[in-house]
Ligand binder design. Structure first.
Ligand code: RNT
Ligand code: ZN
Length: 424
């Protein structure tokens, strides 16, 4: 592991190498530290939630696989795991909660009955750490989602239940924003869809639209405080043939209702580039929400690593300089490895991609392009790949007083021995 002195020396060389292509590493470090990343609470417990009855209920289109020991089994265990995660991450973090992480004294509360008081421990935790809270209605892992339909269900009483749930969730998100003085992003994703060849692809979409209209009609919600996002996908587990909330459905709905489209890296055909969608969508949408995830052959929600898709995504954000119009959130769940390790790997990879995007010699590349010097543009792009971003990253970690390189593995090993190994 490099010493502080070695990191400083490598950084000085890296700074000069970047300066030679017109890139200011100091500005890149400052900006990369300031971009908020919303940590999803659901990696800590394999998306099980805290309602005791979710065991045995169909997970609803998503699935964490693996049985690595040490899963958090309560809100307190989740928060203590997240404390360690926060200590090992450079930069600004937020926490992203799902509604089924409600905590209540004396028995579970139904989802249409939840309120801010069921999240008071999460709120106190966030307040003490000065981090913002984001939120998600949980439209899955529930008996009323077992048919595979929620907001688009044919039965109006099922739809009303989920509409009431969504409305309750928006009030909770708004209460977080007021208490913390930071807006809360609330993301709506429903698992609704069909495994095979439905005869009616129209009805569910019509009903989904009507349900959302009923949800967003609530005038007591301030859109500056509670920022609603909607997340579509191409297919899911058990909805391989038909997803009611497809990309077309949601980008149109978001545009006409001033909501934020959410793009999850795992939700498209493998040959589609999510990065290329950004400059198209953002001609029309003032803001977007990104879920960094990693599909391995399908929407498998593997831990984010520094792969081409993540790099390309943040390179586009950097080249468009739209950092203040983008919300970044993590969305993966792997139960087969140490879950704290999973968080740190995924969150660090996401911020590394942000930094690498900010270190791009965009001005040089674009000027070569404007002058019609295509070979120069391509050669500089190739050269940029070899520039020492790792030295800048270690310096960024040093400045934010978190372990550089893979030094954080020691903390995770210690915690596994002292805490996780006792969870049986
Ligand atoms: C599912 C969506 C959604 C969920 C979380 C748990 O395909 O990506 O964002 O992963 O809400
Ligand atoms: Zn997602």
């Amino acid at each position: 592991m490099p010493t502080q002195k070695q990191i400083r020396a490598s950084y000085r060389l890296a700074r000069d190498a970047y300066r030679a292509v017109g890139v200011d590493t100091e500005a890149a470090i400052r900006k990369a530290l300031s971009v908020p990343i919303s940590l999803h609470c659901w990696q800590a417990d394999d998306v099980r939630g805290l309602e005791s009855r979710t065991e045995g209920v169909d997970s609803g289109g998503i699935m964490a696989t693996g049985a690595y020991p040490g899963r958090a089994r309560s809100g307190d265990e989740m928060r203590s795991d997240l404390d360690l995660v926060l200590k090992l991450l450079p930069g600004t973090q937020r926490l992203n909660l799902h509604a089924f992480y409600a905590e209540s004294e004396g028995g579970p509360v139904e989802r249409d009955q939840i309120g801010p008081k069921h999240f008071s421990r999460w709120l106190a935790w966030a307040k003490a750490r000065r981090i913002g809270l984001d939120f998600n209605p949980t439209y899955f892992a529930h008996p009323l989602a077992a048919s595979g339909f929620t907001l688009s269900h044919a039965d109006p009483s099922v739809r009303s239940f989920w509409i009431a749930h969504a409305r309750a969730c928006r009030r909770i998100a708004q209460s977080f924003a007021k208490a913390l003085g930071k807006p809360s992003v609330i993301n709506h994703w429903v698992p609704d869809g069909a495994k095979d060849c439905p005869a009616d692809r129209w009805g569910p979409r019509e009903r989904l639209k009507e349900s959302y209209d009923a949800i967003f009609r609530d005038r007591s919600i301030d859109p500056e405080l509670c920022i609603d996002a909607v997340e579509g996908k191409l297919f899911g587990l058990g909805s391989e043939d038909y997803v009611v909330g497809s990309q077309e459905f949601y980008s149109s709905y978001a545009l006409t209702h001033r909501l934020v489209p959410c793009l999850d890296l795992g939700h498209y055909h493998p040959t589609e580039s999510v990065a290329d969608k950004i400059s198209a969508l953002m001609q029309f949408h003032p803001r977007i929400l990104l879920h960094t995830s990693r599909p391995v052959r399908w929407d498998s929600d593997h831990v984010v690593i520094l792969d081409d898709a993540v790099r390309a995504l943040f390179l586009e954000i950097a080249r468009g300089d739209v950092w203040d119009r983008v919300f970044v959130a993590l969305d993966f769940f792997d139960a087969s490895i140490n879950r704290i390790g999973a968080y740190v790997i995924g969150a660090r990879a996401t911020r590394e991609a942000i930094l690498i995007g900010l270190l791009d010699p965009t001005a040089r590349l674009q000027s070569a392009e404007r002058m019609g010097r295509g070979h120069e543009r391509l050669a500089l792009m190739e050269h940029a790949k070899a520039l020492p971003w790792g030295a800048v990253w270690d310096e960024l970690c040093l400045r934010d007083e978190v372990p550089a390189g893979a030094d954080w593995l020691r903390d995770v090993a210690r915690h596994e021995k002292a805490v996780l190994s006792r969870r049986r």
